[in-house]
Design a protein around this ligand. Structure first.
Ligand code: FEO
Length: 171
């Protein structure tokens, strides 16, 4: 059974993951609006990944006998000055999410909730991966700057990303 404080923190994280999904959906729309369909496809995969993260938390709370309580999702930004500006915003957001996950781990440890700590370790690794993949795009966009052919090549590369649902998405 989840303790009250842990349950509240996990419910908050469901909201944070849903917000991430909403933010990236807004970015997908931004990239569609500037005709960068490969960037938009990358974002769509990111949207699905964040939904999967939220559902993992949802499944875990249920499995531990907790009650999921959904709150309103905040309004995301809807425009960015450039693809680089958008990816810098993603980078900042993912660093924030990493902080949230680390705080959850700290709480699980202080509450002696080993099961939640064990569950969270998947997210600790996931955040390393997420930050690395975003950093790679940021660095490439910095190299490209305003070079249109570089941007089109990058669009083609990012468009290859496909989201694959893990075998056990619920937990
Ligand atoms: Fe759910 Fe991008 O962290």
């Amino acid at each position: 059974m989840l303790k009250k404080k842990m349950l509240k923190a996990l419910n908050d994280q469901i909201n944070a993951e849903m917000f991430s999904s909403y933010l990236y959906l807004s970015m997908e729309s931004y990239f569609q609006s500037i005709s960068l369909s490969g960037f938009a496809a990358w974002m769509r995969a990111q949207v699905q990944e964040e939904l999967m993260h939220g559902m993992k938390f949802y499944g875990f709370v249920n499995e531990r006998g907790g009650k999921v309580t959904l709150e309103a999702i905040a309004k995301p930004e809807s425009a960015w000055d450039s693809p680089l500006a958008a990816f810098l915003a993603i980078q900042k957001h993912e660093e924030h999410v990493t902080d949230l996950i680390n705080n959850l781990v700290d709480l699980a440890i202080s509450e002696k909730d080993h099961a939640t700590n064990n569950f969270l370790q998947w997210f600790v690794s996931e955040q390393v991966e997420e930050e690395a993949s975003v950093a790679e795009v940021v660095e490439k966009l910095k190299l490209i700057q305003d070079n249109p052919s570089g941007l089109f090549m990058m669009d083609a590369e990012l468009g290859k990303r496909v989201f694959t649902m893990p075998a056990t998405p619920a937990t």
